[in-house]
Design a protein. Structure first.
Length: 315
């Protein structure tokens, strides 16, 4: 009997098939004979303590003009599934956290959920790096504007960003004496009500913000260096960066080795580490990307490696 997976994701109609890592996973699962089901945030529910979802049968095709077919949605108990792929993009807000509590009920009933719901709650993609101070550049997380200003004065050139952003949104480069610094900090902290992250600027960003994909603690041998274009300092692909595949350096492998035991312990089976120069900047656990770019450049099948891992866990 075919195994069944349900994917929790953003609206499939809005994704870019050629670049979407979730879609690569679905193509691989279908190739292996898995039965695919689709849901979005609004489809989750809890009935009498049991996790349910409104699920639609899904078929996928590697065709940018006709990539998928959906059946009629119907309510089903998530505990009947073999696997849930939790691939909802940030922001990690209250509704996202509630989703993980529904998925936790499925996990507790022996459904494999990737990544682990508890890890999705606990591992903020900006804050989780602070567990590995040996791997990161000077970093401050604070609400107090004067404290962030002190950090800027100490390090001069900095990057400032919110805790819940993605894709390069709301990331600022600033410096001591910047006339815009006050308004940047007021905006990011909501006048002292919200945490913001300040990191010492790493000039090696000019060579790219490397995305290293890690499957159950083991890195893919190539990273995607997302290189800023034009006058923009951000390398994020969503912000216009150019993706160039590069072999992992010894420092990259050292960073993975430092982080991997904690990833395994928490059930983070598919993670994207962001590395600029010699420094870890983010640990992406909600919906890491760059599978399709690396597959295309190096003839890899990263989703295949992931499903070897997932099927091994189920076995």
């Amino acid at each position: 009997m075919a195994r069944t997976l349900a994917v929790l994701m953003d609206a499939i109609a809005a994704i870019h098939i050629k670049k979407d890592s979730t879609f690569a996973m679905l193509l691989e699962a279908q190739r292996r004979g898995w039965r695919l089901l689709y849901m979005t945030q609004g489809d989750l529910a809890i009935r009498d303590g049991a996790p349910w979802a409104r699920l639609a049968a899904l078929q996928v095709r590697d065709d940018p003009h006709d990539g998928y077919s959906l059946g009629t949605s119907a309510w089903a108990d998530l505990r009947t599934l073999d696997l849930v792929l939790a691939r909802k993009d940030p922001p990690v807000d209250a509704q996202f956290l509630y989703d993980t509590l529904v998925l936790q009920l499925a996990h507790d009933a022996s459904v494999l959920v990737a990544n682990h719901p508890q890890a999705l709650r606990d591992a903020n993609e900006k804050l989780f790096t602070l567990r590995f101070p040996q791997c990161i550049a000077p970093t401050l997380v604070a609400r107090e504007v004067s404290e962030i200003r002190r950090f800027v004065a100490e390090h001069d050139k900095v990057v400032l960003k919110p805790l819940d952003g993605m894709g390069g949104r709301s990331i600022f480069r600033s410096h001591h004496g910047d006339p815009n610094l006050n308004v940047i900090l007021e905006t990011l902290t909501m006048n002292g009500q919200a945490f913001a992250v300040a990191q010492k600027f790493i000039p090696e960003i000019s060579a790219g913000d490397k995305r290293i994909l890690v499957i159950d603690g083991e890195p893919v041998e190539y990273a995607l260096a997302r290189i800023p274009q034009g006058d923009d300092f951000r390398g994020n692909l969503a912000a216009g960066g150019k993706g160039v595949g590069v072999p992992l350096s010894e420092r990259d492998r050292w960073i993975v080795a430092e982080v991997a035991p904690e990833l395994r312990r928490r059930g983070m089976l598919f993670v994207g580490l962001d590395v600029i120069g010699d420094w870890l900047t983010e640990v992406n656990v909600t919906s890491p990307t760059c599978i399709r770019e690396l597959d295309a450049q190096f003839g890899l099948n990263i989703a295949g490696r992931l499903f070897d891992c997932l099927e091994g866990k189920l076995a």
